[in-house]
Design a protein around this ligand. Structure first.
Ligand code: PHE
Length: 335
């Protein structure tokens, strides 16, 4: 009996020495120390042995168990310290969990549509400087329009960008004219939060500059985006809107898809939701980025991706996007 136990110990220590993965350690632990292991079997049959032999074999079993447990522990620590990540490539992947956020999905869709029309996808920093967020967009320090955008100032002329429009400026600086870009991104405003306002939200900036660009080009692009995104007839209206970096400027509103236009908290009772401010690029904006407004003209728009996702997926409260409530997120397939 004792000879068998010694052989068992040799076998176990050799196998432990050869183990390479945490999963192998787990298997060996169950094989040599688990309920169905040889040692457990021996220990449960001790009661049938004469008293002297019982005591001796019992002691030996405990000593061997302890040795095996120590060897397993040392080896397991060694394996973990040798790999910087504890990766077990044999672990199954749970494919059911996780999905893209509705904002990412609509953002990707708008980018695809624009790419087919020759727009390049660009990005810009979330921490911007005053020049790109305001000055180069025809909003000098004294301009009352600065108050329209409740800015989170960070000091040293840095701020959290209040819109994706600084990406227009960076693209003009970098590529000049002609130009077609789309820039999706996160923006920040120190706003009161309600069902349709958040202090953190997503926009997608579009800009097209070329010779002879005019308002019909803008309307064509807007209509193409909306009809492809919603794949249904949606009612839109264009009304004058004021933004210092476009002239003329418009607000493109969409009939609220949550209430069908009857009025609800999402559309603040008006039946319409501002979805895409837009307009023809102001000559000052072209000039400041070294593009000659006598030669080139352009349009720009800033579609609210968060609102677009709300309309497309019938999400009636913007606050849900930043919530940590998994049950609420789960209903939109966000988690
Ligand atoms: N950047 C503007 C805003 O967020 C929207 C806008 C973009 C308006 C492009 C006109 C053209 O308020």
């Amino acid at each position: 009996m004792n000879k068998n136990l010694f052989e068992l110990r040799e076998c176990a220590l050799k196998e432990i020495e050869n183990a390479r993965k945490p999963s192998e350690i787990a298997q060996l632990k169950s094989k040599y120390l688990g309920k169905k292991s040889k040692i457990s079997e021996v220990m449960s049959s001790l009661k049938n042995l004469p008293i002297e032999e019982r005591r001796e074999t019992g002691k030996l079993c405990n000593a061997i168990k302890k040795q095996i447990a120590e060897a397993l522990k040392t080896k397991s620590e060694q394996i973990l310290s040798e790999s910087s990540f504890d990766i077990d490539i044999t672990m199954p992947i749970n494919k059911e969990r996780g999905s893209l956020s509705p904002i990412t999905i609509v953002g990707n869709e708008v980018c695809d549509i624009l790419q087919k029309m020759g727009f390049a996808i660009v990005s810009g920093p979330e921490i911007e400087d005053e020049y790109h967020n305001f000055d180069a967009l025809n909003i000098p320090a004294s301009h009352p329009a600065r108050d329209m955008q409740d800015t989170y100032w960070l000091g040293s002329n840095k701020l959290l960008r209040t819109h994706t429009s600084p990406c227009q400026v960076r693209a003009m600086e970098r590529y000049g004219a002609p130009l077609r870009i789309a820039a999706p991104g996160r923006c920040f405003r120190n706003e009161d939060i309600d069902a349709c306002h958040e202090n953190t939200f997503f926009q997608l900036e579009g800009m097209c500059i070329d010779k002879n660009i005019s308002i019909p080009n803008l309307i064509y692009v807007m209509r193409t985006i909306l009809s492809e995104i919603f794949a249904q007839d949606v009612q839109v209206r264009l009304r004058p809107g004021y933004f210092p970096f476009v002239e003329p400027g418009f607000e493109l509103d969409i009939k609220c898809l949550i209430c069908g236009g009857e009025g609800c908290p999402t559309c603040k009772g008006s039946g319409w939701l501002e979805l895409c401010p837009c307009g023809m690029v102001h000559p000052n904006v072209l000039r400041i980025s070294n593009i000659d407004p006598d030669e080139y003209s352009g349009f720009a728009f800033g579609v609210g991706l968060t609102r677009l996702a709300m309309m497309k997926y019938h999400i009636n409260d913007i606050r849900v996007f930043n919530t940590c409530n998994l049950e609420e997120l789960d209903q939109f397939g966000i988690v």
